[in-house]
Write a protein that binds this ligand. Sequence first.
Ligand code: PMP
Ligand code: GLN
Length: 392
Amino acid sequence: MKPTNPVFTGIETTVFETMSRLARTHQAVNLGQGFPDVDGPEDIRKTAAEALIDGPNQYPPMLGLPELRKAVAESNRRFHGLEVDPETEVLVTSGATEALADCIFALVSPGDEVVLIEPLYDCYLPLVKQAGGVPVRVRVTPPDWRLDKEALEAAFSDKTKAILLNNPMNPTAKVFSDEELGFVADLCIKHDVYAICDEVYEHLVFDGAKHRPLMTFEGMRERAVRIGSAGKTFSLTGWKVGYVTGPAALMDPIAKAHQWVTFTTPPNLQKAVAYGLGKDDSYYEELAGDLTAKRDRMARGLKNLGFSVLPCAATYFLTCGFEGLGLGETDVAACETLVREAGVAAVPVSAFYGSDAPSGYIRFCFCKQDWVIDEALARLSAFLTAERAESA
Ligand code: PMP
Ligand code: GLN
């Protein structure tokens, strides 16, 4: 038999799925895969349920329901001051993952270089490779996840077609500063490069900070596309409704890629997300406020247990060093120990690298009910206390 496509053959199942499976097997508290353990607003879910019963349940327009495209355009104006034409500059997709695939397939041709910033979300590398693109990796480095500007500058050349920028960033919980974003924008303009901006955590930003899309920087409106996810904005990760905003000239081929990937997204979910995007500011403030309290609850507990907790400005995630805790030499070993012996699932940060990953950090997801966070901390504490007693 002829070999199947090496991009997808023999690669491992995503670390998120693997850890969730292990968590089920070991009845562990699952702080691995990033999902809230309480579903998002009931009125949004009711809107979806009613639309499912009332219909229509046939193919919606390929670009997305007009009401959702309008809501996405309006949300761009309201939160970021961006004027967007809902007819030609917005596309609805089946999750941000599909949006990423559509953007990469539409903008990247075989041989094009694509700049990626490590640690990177796990679908980026396979999607770039499937497009025939050549990944060029640059790093932000712990503990402060600073962007190495010289390395970034060196990664750009005439062969660069696009940069894929995740901001706010998973798993680092970093929000790129205006100064860093300005630097990225200047490089994109200088080298005539597109920016594919994965901004799924745009509303999960803490401590009064505001997310600023790269698209709002001078000269970037015509060369950036930005991706959002209703899963994150409304705590409904299973819905897989995403949206892309970008200039009409880029949205045209991106919509053609979408046409051959999923074509459309369930209409009842689109209707409900359109309704959700119209929620008033207090919804968005509460979302970020609740997550801030959870972040602080978990960070305090982990610090007390001896983890070195890195700063977290956004997202669902805390990354931590575990040196001196006796969990194992590497992040993978530490996560194995934690899920099997402590009954708590986390994710090794090395899974977010193409190669030569640092191995001293693990990621905990904190978008959980308070009692779940407390239970996880209690389990970690019991395990570490027993470990210490044994080795004393
Ligand atoms: N990008 C990043 C950085 C993510 O963390 C996620 C996680 N879900 C996605 C994209 C995918 O979003 P969706 O579930 O809407 O496909
Ligand atoms: N984005 C989620 C995370 O980082 C996972 C989504 C998935 O499992 N594909 O945990």
